[in-house]
Design a protein around this ligand. Structure first.
Ligand code: ADP
Length: 323
């Protein structure tokens, strides 16, 4: 009973805001009903016996309370089912990851050790299997991240990160794919302080944004990455000359599983999870993310992250507050 009354804890458990939280709403309904009934009583007193009016008011209040409670109980059941679904996805993804990783390492080993004994055709087939396996690993990782986000268990460990170095490494990683797709990268960066973010988290965000910029560019293209210092944060912009996003789809772009119509025809691979995950990690790191885009011209995705303050800056801020 006491556990039920601690509605803030309950809402956190189901990942709900206060206004979606059944326990909080039932108290609000109760208060509103009491106020409404008292008002009715005050008005009704003019026209009938006060005792009878009071009884009617109490009766109506009790009924409203019961109905409200029943409605909210089903609400709670729904939230519980949603949580169970997230847990199920998490368990299944964990279980799938182990055999998929084992296939990956076996394939790598085969391609390395038995390279000379394999025919060209066999090697090509192994490369196709390896690529398909990697796509499944990526999908399982995305699902795992989604269930972590839904359960509020992202477990981010913020540390001091150089965005420039991280981007340079990723550009190197993407250079072969970019070259094959006739795409060039440019990176412009001012002298920048370090940002405070989880290492795997920022790699995930950048990988999703760079991957999208490459995949949603048809034919020849240029991807311009800019790092700019802005007050107490660092802004990263990734501009592509790709297919862009239709106006009607813009407000849905960060939603889970959303993919816009214009890319579906030629880029069948994708889950619509990358940007949702990127936004969740950025929000959890006290940053912000957004984009500008024009169909058939290109898109610029950007994010801003707070700068890691030095001890000197912290002391100065503290002194300024005092004065
Ligand atoms: P996925 O790329 O797997 O479909 P994302 O969540 O990364 O999922 O992206 C969601 C959708 O946003 C994409 O399917 C695409 O329609 C659109 N999108 C994202 N980045 C770009 C981009 N750089 N250019 C054009 N469309 C984009």
């Amino acid at each position: 009973m006491l556990e039920q009354l601690n509605f803030i804890k309950q809402c956190r458990k189901y990942d709900l805001t206060l206004w979606q939280c059944p326990n909080f709403l039932i108290i609000i309904i109760g208060l509103v009903t009491i106020i409404a009934m008292l008002g009715t009583y005050a008005v009704a007193i003019e026209y009938a016996q006060p005792e009878i009016v009071a009884l009617i008011v109490i009766g109506v209040t009790a009924i409203l309370f019961i109905i409200g409670y029943l409605v909210l109980q089903s609400f709670e059941k729904l939230a519980q089912a949603n949580r169970m679904k997230s847990e199920f996805v998490s368990i299944v993804s964990h279980q799938l990851r182990t055999p998929l990783t084992s296939i990956k390492w076996t394939l790598n080993l085969m391609m390395l050790k038995e390279k000379d004994s394999l025919t060209k055709e066999q090697l090509e087939k192994l490369i196709t299997i390896k690529e398909s396996n990697q796509r499944m690993v990526n999908l399982v990782n995305d699902l795992l991240n989604i269930s972590r986000i839904e359960q509020g268990q992202l477990n981010l460990k913020p540390e001091k990160i150089s965005l420039e170095k991280t981007i340079q490494d990723l550009i190197k990683e993407y250079s072969a794919l970019a070259k094959a797709s006739n795409i060039e990268f440019s990176l412009k960066s001012e002298f920048l302080p370090l940002v405070l973010i989880d290492k795997q988290g920022i790699e995930l965000i950048l990988r999703n944004l760079i991957d999208n910029a490459v995949r949603y560019t048809k034919g020849k293209g240029l991807i311009k990455i800019k790092l700019i210092k802005k007050n107490n944060s660092v802004r990263c912009e990734i501009q592509d000359s790709g297919v862009g996003i239709p106006n009607k789809d813009k407000r849905k772009i960060f939603q889970k599983f959303f993919r816009s119509q214009n890319i579906m025809k030629y880029q069948t691979q994708g889950t619509g999870l990358g940007l949702f995950i990127a936004k969740s990690v950025i929000n959890a790191s006290k940053g912000s993310i957004g984009f500008q885009s024009q169909e058939n011209k290109g898109s610029t995705f950007w994010f801003e992250l707070p700068i890691k303050k030095t001890l000197k800056q912290k002391i100065l801020k503290h002194q300024n507050k005092k004065h």
